[in-house]
Design a protein around this ligand. Sequence first.
Ligand code: GAL
Length: 643
Amino acid sequence: MTSNHFLDQPRIWYGGDYNPEQWPEEVWREDVRLMQAAGVNLVSLGIFSWAWLEPQPGQYDFGWLDRILDLLHAHGVHACLATATASPPPWLAHRHPESLPVTADGVTLWPGGRQAYCLHSEAYMQHASALVTLLAARYKEHPALAAWHINNEYGCHVSECFCDVSAAAFRTWLQARYGTLDALNHAWGTAFWSQRYGQWAEINPPRRAPTFANPTQQLDWRRFSSDSLIALHDMEVEILRRFTPQTPVTTNFMGFFKPADYRKWAHHEDTVSLDTYPDPSDSFAAAQNAAQCDLSRSLGDGKPWMLMEQTPSAVNWRPRNVLKQPGQMRLWSMQAVARGANTVMFFQWRAAKAGAEKFHGALVPHVGVENSRVWREVSALGNELQELGPLAQSRVVADVGILVDWQSWWALEQDSKPSTAVTFYDRLATFYGPLYAANLTTDFVFTDSDFANYKLLVIPNLYLVDDATAARLEAYVAAGGTAVIGFFSGIVDENEHIRLGGYPAPFRKLLGLRVEEFAPMAEGESNTVRFDDGATAACDLWADVIDLEGATALAAFTGNFFAGQPAVTEHAFGQGRAYYIGTRLAAEAMGALLGRICHAAGVMPPVSAPPGVEVVRRRTAEGRDLWFVLNHRPELATVTLLV
Ligand code: GAL
């Protein structure tokens, strides 16, 4: 890994996507003047400019990019220079129709929008590599170059391709994973429904089938498609590192984006970047934004990350695009800085005149900058951030780790489960929400993280778990850690085969219990639990029928045939403690329970603050705490520090 040198500077960088190819050059001069006025010092340049850089195959025009880079540099603006490979020009599909992506139903996705390429297309890869090579060679010493912006939101529209070329690539990937057909047949459980394969050529992607496709085939397809996205990224990284080994590379992630295993991916880049577009009309938007920010910090193990895109005002792609209220753009930007971002950037600099995104918000709106609320707010923020440079060298403090795992997410949400209403986002929100509300800052952790950094590990759902991870979790608790595990965890191995021996087999010893049966609830159905202190709470979605094997019940169900049996348990294990929650508790009860568990684990809220006030701490290398107090409410609030 190279050093993230520009993010290590005592500076919060400010700017956004800049698409000068959409404007005549006289506008560029106004752009750089306005950028200076607004405190903009970093732009993501030329993300969708392939057709402009290579109007016809092999005919390149870099003149305009030379000029704008020089102009930016002369005005103190750096570039996160795009590799421009996110949207191939129309000539690619015209010459190579086989480069177009195909859906599971066999439908070809045509050019005319963006991202119309198959993840395994030789023609795409060859032309993209040629362009990246020329860009790297030409700009490797340009003084404006701060970082490389690779492609754009990989997989945003096309995260998998079912064409014949992709089918062949899938077979090659499977051969590397399994070696023999026997191993594949075993892993895929093909004794079921007469699915046994006799030749590799018989294997296909999980194209539209008469009914449920083989679950392990589906899971391997997700692994393969995620790996294919990472491979496209690596193809560019390999070229860029040859020319500019010291220049950081990044590609913009989309937070909790299911198709790509971002933890695996983050090891392949220097800096994590986030595009985040919470819906201002959603009452959970601030919590969602916080979670995306926490993920971005955690993917890079706490390193500074880039807020690459957000809108200053509204987006254009929801059915109804509600504006951020005055002050909300600043508030959510500061939320990202509080949670470890060292850049605040937007899509996009100047509002487009034409094209599908012409109604998307921008720093320079259609009405211009005179008498513009948006411009007043963005230029005030840019100038304010210039004062906050020293913050950049501090790190976020978190005592709690929340375990998330893409493989388990994929497996959980496949078809033919006890309840398809049990989803990754629901499980995550159920645990993250109360911790966020209590101002207990959380990192996300992954199966390869060091669990020992945390006083408390929260595992909302780990449906799929491999032996090594199960053993590491057990060791963490045995050594004195506290873990809280949500229902339907530890159910299958990495092949999505049931772990026999009583659910959740790999965690039974740790939790001191056995789940005999799952009792998923119908829509609208609920039950009640009674806690050991007499308090009662509603619960819904799911109930586990639990037998204790050493654990203590903290709450028991009051209804259904398992009335009186445990719903929430606690178990002392080694030097530590493991809790299990076998249902979905109403939010308030969940908050109280997590508060109790945190207290027992020595995790205390650092403040007493009314609901809607968010407090986050960053700590300097010298151990000085910097407090961010973010008021999401319209009225003033009083906050008491407790540490
Ligand atoms: C992002 C994308 C940008 C722009 C933006 C609009 O997903 O990277 O290019 O389309 O959304 O909100």
